[in-house]
Ligand binder design. Sequence first.
Ligand code: MN
Length: 703
Amino acid sequence: MGLFANLKKPLAAYLDKSQIDKIYQAFLFAEDAHSQQKRSSGEPYITHPVAVAMILAEMHLDSETIMAALMHDVMEDTHIEKNVIGEKFGDKVADLVDGVSKLTQIHFENKAEAQAENFRKMVLAMAKDIRVVLVKLADRLHNIRTLAALSPEKKRRIAHETMEIYVPLANRLGMHNFCMELENLCFEATHPHRFVVLKKAVKTAIGNRKAVISTITKALHKRFTDVGLGSALIVGREKHLFSIYHKMQKKNLLFNQIMDVYGFRIIVDDLDECYRALGIVHNLYRPDNDRFKDYIAIPKANGYQSLHTTLFGPYGVPIEIQIRTKQMHDTAEKGIAAHWLYKKNDERIGFTTDQRTQAWLESLLELQQAAATSMEFIENVKSDLFPDEVYVFTPKGTIMELPQGSTVVDFAYAVHTDVGNSCVAAKIDRRYVPLSTVLSNGQTIEIITAPNSTPKSVWLDFVKTAKAKNKVKQFIKRIKQSESVHLGKHLLDNALHSLSTALKNIAAEDIQRVLQDSQMQTKDELFEAIGTGYLIPVLVAQRLVDKSAEQKIIHGNKPVIIKGAEGLLMHFADCCHPIPGDSIIGYFEGHKGITVHVNDCKTMSFADEPDRYITLQWSNELTSLFKAAINCEVYDRIGVLTDITQIFATLKVDVTDVKVLDSGSGSRILRFVIKVHDRNHLAKIILQIRKSPHVVRVSRKRY
Ligand code: MN
């Protein structure tokens, strides 16, 4: 109980008893879940989530966030399911815990600097609720505070990740206090010796500076009181260790050069007083003209506002002064968390998370608009904080950025055009998935390619990126072209045969004449037009043989032989599903090529446009499988479908579609589309299905 009593103190300052009771339940739940665990330091594990909750309680975050903080490690460490938390504490809390767990699972392994930016974006993309990021930041802060028990190597790794990811994230959210503490702790973890030396030096310097600081503070105070602004808060400001170290490194400054600058902060009641205060200090000490910045008129991107000025103080020492209101001060230190401040009698209670976050964004927007900067700013902030992209990993750990809704195929094309063109399968997080699977943040995608594989036109139905779309289209166009030339030549030759001649017997000038009539340049163009169905082969054949002659064409005289693998220009009709053994006929469907139907298919109207039809015949060398539809009338019982699909499985028959139809007489009709070699094959399958006790009758569906 001692642990919770500590947490209760800050909570009682801004939450109701009923909310604190719920938080207590979450505490008990987490304590129980972690009861078998210890931290590296040997303390009971529960001390960690309580400390994280404490950090957030001091920031006055709402009760859901505190509950999520208490339970943030239970899913990861004790395998408690999300729905268990949902049932006990509500979906919102469960979502938060789940969000934090997901962030915990992704690791920053690739050390490339450029990756860090994408990784930060991924963190934000994964955390749809900004409170998830706040819990994660608090989690990281407490872990960094308690690094002592870890090995130096682990310390360095965590510190590095924190500097790359979490410090910029906190900075983006304007949480300066968080940044500062994280930076100092990371500095200590990565450079323990420099940290100690610098700390000592700063301590000595501060001792030496006391007299000067006190002189300046007194002078400022007197002047402010004289002009009636005695309520202004004037404090001497010390730079934090990391920023001193950073300045020495980056700006090549000596320690003394940095410490010789005296920093002060003046906090006043309102905006007008900020500018009055500025006048007062400029009047007291001479300002350095080049070093004045008005971040009130033009705030920083994270909402930071202050007036910055540098003065030449007594003995010529440089004085850096920041002037701001209390509210600006709050925002400067806590950023988004200041906007999130949850107060007991808050009129904004009932505000949803999104509304609060939106309010924060809008406040940034207002600030920027006041400064007359463009919409670009808010777009940047928004896409930074709530990106429209998904971020996924390659197997090597590189992060790829893709538009929201992208699929496995988009990813493959983003990796390389060749990878896209030859991809056949994919794994997400080591499990096989269909190529149309939509990607989610944080997944690792592995593409499996096959050397002779090619893009499929069905991909166009689901790919999202322009690159993938264009590449697939380009490929199909190229294939279609060569296929249609080939098919067109074949069809024309066939039509000429029915006129008792052949393409090789046609004189060049006859071909030239037809090309001219059709306004074409090459033979291939003519073949392509036939192959794609723009020209009817028998008509072209007639014109080639004799432009005036009225030759009688006999359909089916010499049928075109098909193998069923003619490519994109030969389709098998879905109405009658022709298979080898059936008498078949082809129909020219314009640019779609030829559709193959069974001879007596009811959808055909041969008499209307005889020229559009062509007699076809199956080749003797068939290797493909063909779709056939069968209707199984079955008794309406549980397990029927499983039973029949089991028969298909045993016979190694591929089922491509199944529909359940009502027969209208108590039984049901299951309609399967399966892949078969020919009519014999189909007959054998039907025979097996008939043996099932569930089946009333089976028949092939023809129309
Ligand atoms: Mn944790």
